[in-house]
Design a protein around this ligand. Structure first.
Ligand SMILES: Nc1ncnc2c1ncn2[C@@H]1O[C@H](COP(=O)(O)OP(=O)(O)OP(=O)(O)O)[C@@H](O)[C@H]1O
Ligand SMILES: [Mg+2]
Length: 249
């Protein structure tokens, strides 16, 4: 996709239609006097159905980059467009709406609400987007079926294994059919078999919905489930072409 990226950047603002994500020349620092730069001139473009992995040493800013894309933090400079909308320029309320309606998230620590059962956890993004009633119930049922947890709809998170909790989190990330799914070390707490299963599910769901996805991981095996692998460093986000991204096998 490097050629597409090059040509799109060359075209400048001519065409943003259809693109799920455009990150262009983004730089991020933390603190003041002196500010500490995390990364510089990061660019990335994703189209519907594209699924990429981002690797890189601890502290290189992978989670920070996902936060910027989600509009949870702001870059020092550069452009970030999600589904054609400028995340940096919009106000907080618009950012929250964009995040809720068009993005889905899977985290290492699951972040399931302990007092809600599996079905209610999965249904949260629908509730936040005002989808209720039979339509919401049916959509939750479909998602639980898709991740193999239909029989656990009324279990609570504490009654599930780590792998099952993460399958619930995948269902929750996709229940509202987001255009972009951000997964930050989603298999970091899982054994190898559960990790493989969760990543296969994530990939299958992204494909079915033609959604774009970013998987942040330290595991090369996990990264290889994506279409392309990038490595984040101080110099920016570089495509990995030799199949080895310096992570754990
Ligand atoms: N809110 C913050 N305030 C100050 N510094 C921060 C903040 N968030 C992150 N950092 C710093 O920015 C750098 C990048 O952090 P980040 O969490 O993005 O790294 P990462 O690549 O996700 O690492 P890991 O692989 O360990 O998860 C780190 O040095 C971190 O200490
Ligand atoms: Mg991180």
């Amino acid at each position: 996709m490097t050629s597409v990226r090059t040509s799109a950047v060359a075209l400048g603002r001519a065409s943003t239609a259809g693109r799920v994500l455009l990150v262009e020349g983004v730089t991020k620092s933390f603190g003041h006097a002196p500010a500490r730069r995390v990364f510089f001139d990061v660019s990335l473009e994703l189209w519907p159905g594209e699924y990429i992995a981002i690797m890189g040493d601890s502290g290189t800013g992978k989670s920070t980059l996902l936060n910027l894309i989600a509009g949870l933090d702001l870059p020092d400079s550069g452009r970030i467009l999600v589904d054609g909308e400028d995340v940096v320029a919009m106000d907080d309320a618009a950012r929250t709406r964009l995040r809720r309606s068009r993005m889905g998230f899977v985290f290492q620590a699951f972040h399931l609400l302990p007092h809600l059962d599996v079905a209610r956890n999965v249904g949260l993004p629908l509730a936040l987007n005002g989808v209720r009633g039979p339509q919401a119930v049916e959509r939750v049922r479909q998602m639980l079926e898709a991740v193999g947890l239909a029989a656990r709809a009324h279990s609570f998170p504490r009654e599930l294994s780590g792998g099952e909790m993460q399958r619930v989190a995948v269902a929750r990330a996709l229940v509202h059919r987001p255009k972009l799914v951000l997964a930050d070390e989603p298999t970091g707490n899982l054994d190898a078999d559960s990790a493989r299963e969760v990543l296969q599910l994530l990939r299958a769901q992204l494909e079915r919905d033609h959604a774009a996805g970013i998987l942040v991981t330290h595991s090369l095996a996990a990264a290889r489930t994506a279409d392309r692998i990038y490595r984040l460093s101080r110099e920016g986000l570089i495509p990995v072409t030799d199949g080895g991204a310096g992570g754990k096998p």
